[in-house]
Design a protein around this ligand. Structure first.
Ligand SMILES: [Zn+2]
Length: 83
């Protein structure tokens, strides 16, 4: 299925895995059995992926190939420190 960037923001899901294919980036999200294609607000689904590990956890940063929009998503394995 295809999910718009704005819709994904609202759901706050966690990325379990991802892969890049001919038709764009596919995300495997926690709690979903089907893979999701993330569509940018410009209508494209091609993203440059960078994974980051910080003291707060793991994130994956996506930058749109076409328009340069970016979004950060939490990756499974995040360890949120209790305060
Ligand atoms: Zn874009």
């Amino acid at each position: 299925m295809v999910v718009d960037l704005s819709a994904l923001d609202a759901t706050g899901l966690v990325v379990v895995g991802w892969r890049s294919g001919e038709e764009g980036l596919r995300l495997h999200l926690r709690g979903r059995s089907d893979e999701v294609r993330l569509r940018c607000r410009c209508g494209r689904s091609h993203w440059i992926v960078r994974e980051h590990v910080t003291p707060d956890g793991r994130t994956m940063r996506l930058t749109c190939h076409a328009c340069g929009a970016h979004v950060s998503l939490p990756r499974e394995g995040n360890q949120v420190l209790a305060r």
